[in-house]
Design a binder for this molecule. Sequence first.
Ligand code: NAG
Ligand code: NAG
Ligand code: NAG
Ligand code: NAG
Ligand code: NAG
Ligand code: NAG
Ligand code: NAG
Ligand code: NAG
Ligand code: NAG
Ligand code: NAG
Ligand code: NAG
Ligand code: NAG
Length: 819
Amino acid sequence: MEGDGIWRLKKLFHALIAVLTLLQCVNSSPALGSNNISSGGVMRCIEREREALLAIKQKLVDDYNVLSSWGREEHKQDCCKWVGVHCSNRNNHVTQLNLGWERLDQAYSLQQKGDPQEIKYYLQGMMSPKLIELQHLKYLDLSEINFHGGQLPDFVGNLSNLRHLDLSRASFGGRVPSQVGNLTHLQFLDLSYNAFANVENLNSWLPLLSSLTYLDLSYNNLRNVPDWLEIVNNHPKLTNLTLTGCGLSSPPIHSSTLFNMNSSKSLAHVDLSENQLTSPSIFLWLSNYNASLVHLDLSSNSLTGLIPQVLGNMSSLVYLSLSDNHLSGSIPNLTNFSSLKGLSLYENQLRGTIHESIGQMSNLEYMYLDMNALEGVVSESHFSNLSRLTSLYLSSNSLALSFNSNWVPPFQLDSIFLASCKMGPYFPKWLQTQNPSFLDLSNNKISGSISILCEAYKGLRLLNLSSNNLSGELPECLSHLGDLVILDLSYNAFSGRIPATVGSLYHMRSLNLRSNKFVGELPSSFKNCTNLRIIDVGDNKLSGHIPKWLGVSLQNLFTLVLSSNNFNGSMPPELCHLTNIQILDVSVNNISGTIPKCLSTLTVLAQKGNSSPTRQYQINDTLADMHQTLEFKNTLGFLTRIDFSSNRLTGAIPSEITDLVGLVSLNLSRNKLTSELPVEIGKLQSLVALDLSRNQINGRIPTSLAQIEGLDVLYLSYNNFIGEIPTTKLQSFDPSVYAGNPQLCGPPLQNMCGDEEEKNEPITWGFYVSMGLGFIVGFWGVFGSLIFVRPWRYSYFKFLNVLNDWFYVKVVLIKRHFS
Ligand SMILES: *[C@@H]1O[C@H](CO)[C@@H](O)[C@H](O)[C@H]1NC(C)=O
Ligand SMILES: *[C@@H]1O[C@H](CO)[C@@H](O)[C@H](O)[C@H]1NC(C)=O
Ligand SMILES: *[C@@H]1O[C@H](CO)[C@@H](O)[C@H](O)[C@H]1NC(C)=O
Ligand SMILES: *[C@@H]1O[C@H](CO)[C@@H](O)[C@H](O)[C@H]1NC(C)=O
Ligand SMILES: *[C@@H]1O[C@H](CO)[C@@H](O)[C@H](O)[C@H]1NC(C)=O
Ligand SMILES: *[C@@H]1O[C@H](CO)[C@@H](O)[C@H](O)[C@H]1NC(C)=O
Ligand SMILES: *[C@@H]1O[C@H](CO)[C@@H](O)[C@H](O)[C@H]1NC(C)=O
Ligand SMILES: *[C@@H]1O[C@H](CO)[C@@H](O)[C@H](O)[C@H]1NC(C)=O
Ligand SMILES: *[C@@H]1O[C@H](CO)[C@@H](O)[C@H](O)[C@H]1NC(C)=O
Ligand SMILES: *[C@@H]1O[C@H](CO)[C@@H](O)[C@H](O)[C@H]1NC(C)=O
Ligand SMILES: *[C@@H]1O[C@H](CO)[C@@H](O)[C@H](O)[C@H]1NC(C)=O
Ligand SMILES: *[C@@H]1O[C@H](CO)[C@@H](O)[C@H](O)[C@H]1NC(C)=O
């Protein structure tokens, strides 16, 4: 999903080309001489090439019938009219073959057969050797055909007339044939997003492509190519260079390549994001292009130090992104960047004040300065000439926003992210002149009611007001926010009942009302919000039964947090219909009765997760028109948990729970559970944390528990377990894990087991000491730290801490630049 903004734009571009060529094809008059007349039309296709095309089709699986125009039937004779095929007007040879995604998408849409959103790829299969029959081919786009990791055939090198070759996202594997180097006329080459194993050999073919103007090798591993810049730089005509996520390291600072004679003089577009660039040498190289560079993206690298002065001379820059690096110092004087439209410096360590001269950059459309250490006051003079600004991100700095109360901004913002900007206690008046679809004012000091908001902003999609001093009941006008997708009012002092009108927010995906003072029941009108993925109403004063309709109507839920309320009654078996659930937390309530046996139907929990964050919940559909994507991600990817702790649950732990093999954390502590543990509890192989403490569970500890390799946090204290603690893994835990089970024996406990029967050993001192320790450390204390591990690097993701600490809603603004 990386680089999607650019990728989409690119697709659009190709689509445009495709449409243009199509039109050209339709309008063009046939050339004289070699025409064939068939079924009343003019037939231009050369038979040998038609046969080649049919052979190409034969090697492809066309599940969506996008190549239905390709065939042997009488009325299909003219291959020049086939989807994706373009013939020369001069000699009728096939010169273009465009089976790329955009072209096929278009063909598919014309058939009006359904939702292309569902389609991963239109075509799959193999590349036919007959391709080389198309010797006049200049343009070949096979992007996003699924070639199943197959080898890119050597004969590609025989298509010696190729100008344009796009094989991006085509699932090629194996090696890049060095024959590619024979394509000396190639101007456009895109091999990004494949699984090539040896792109490192690029020295054997890339330097031969002396006509290249466009090169994209993103997501190919160039880690072992220290002279990548030298190789890439040796293309005098190059204008667009994209090497995202290639593992690139900084070029040596004295490298002669930095000023190569043969290098391009007109680089306009350089994207080296998501690499391992550290030193400023890259800027030295870039300073060669101070007159031509339009688009520079060095985001998500490891650049340190100050933003270099040479940048100040790149007056041609329109888009600049240095976000997600370790750059320090202050924001440099940017007044020379008079053309700049996009400035993205978020997630660095920039300090100091923002100089008022930034307000002179009258072309600026977006300004992302969030997640730095900027300080000082931001006032209207910082925006005096920014009449084109649409996105303003200043969150998570030490800035204070202070505007004259009568200030009328020159801009009309669409996205406003001003979390932690010391705003309040009043809702800023200037904001009322704006009509954003995003709005994040979390972690400020705004107090009072929010009715002013829902009256002013009908078009809001995201509203994050968490961690303010807002109070009072939720206004009825909340229902006016019909486009709302994410609503976060957590950590405020809202009170009263949750109004039933919230149920009319049909588009809502995430609702977070955690840590307020809401009372009463969950309104049943929520039933209508069938798009809800996340509900967190923890830490309020809600009461009543856990509604049955949660399980019946909201089957998309993957997080349901009802903890720390006054819910009572029993656990409705309907909750078992929540087949997508990953986090189910009803802890600290008054729930009684037994744990439903049907739990094994929680499908997602019953699947072993892999350790990558596979489950993504994207909500492009409502936001697509803004070129913005909101994406939910479980940051640990594999963190799934059930927490029923601190309730009044009785009876046995149902053996069905052992079917939840994807479960990472299970907390049933502080209930009144009895009977023995399911013998097969060891089936829970994903389990990292298990807390069963403070129940009345009896019997032996099943030996299978010792077979859960990843089990790190275990509490069995204060139950009625008997007998010996199973070897050997379980013996390595702290004795406190087992405290308060007088009839347990064997290591790590002091009381030894008798040969035959369990003895009622007096409890030793050490026992009490360790018990206290376990008590203090506590289950969630330990687990909390595990939760903060950040195993995945989501560069360019801006995240809001919408839910619990371990659960982020990530706001992806299609790479947050250049959209
Ligand atoms: C014209 O059509 C005939 C019969 O379909 C075919 O044999 C011949 O090769 C075609 N000519 C050209 C120039 O494609
Ligand atoms: C590539 O070109 C070289 C010479 O320039 C030639 O020897 C070789 O056969 C060519 N390979 C292909 C696949 O065309
Ligand atoms: C590709 O070109 C090379 C050299 O021109 C030739 O030896 C080879 O046979 C050609 N391959 C095919 C499949 O025609
Ligand atoms: C520049 O290109 C010429 C011709 O391709 C080559 O001979 C020369 O070595 C190149 N110079 C550098 C510095 O790469
Ligand atoms: C090359 O880069 C320029 C400048 O960013 C851009 O306008 C142009 O669309 C790019 N070309 C292609 C084919 O993407
Ligand atoms: C910027 O350009 C000026 C000439 O316009 C030059 O004198 C100066 O050295 C350049 N500065 C840097 C840091 O490259
Ligand atoms: C702005 O550009 C001028 C002329 O190129 C140069 O002299 C000056 O140093 C630049 N200012 C900054 C702050 O880089
Ligand atoms: C680019 O840099 C060169 C060398 O420093 C300088 O001579 C030239 O004036 C600069 N161009 C611009 C537009 O700043
Ligand atoms: C920024 O640079 C411009 C042009 O070089 C200059 O006029 C202005 O005074 C500078 N501003 C600051 C705050 O240094
Ligand atoms: C900035 O705006 C003021 C009026 O608000 C205008 O006088 C001035 O010329 C503008 N400056 C630029 C650089 O656009
Ligand atoms: C919920 O939907 C039902 C019908 O599906 C409708 O009658 C009811 O008014 C809706 N409730 C709200 C609060 O929109
Ligand atoms: C959402 O967008 C991403 C990239 O922008 C894409 O990969 C994904 O398929 C889209 N999802 C839906 C449901 O449209």
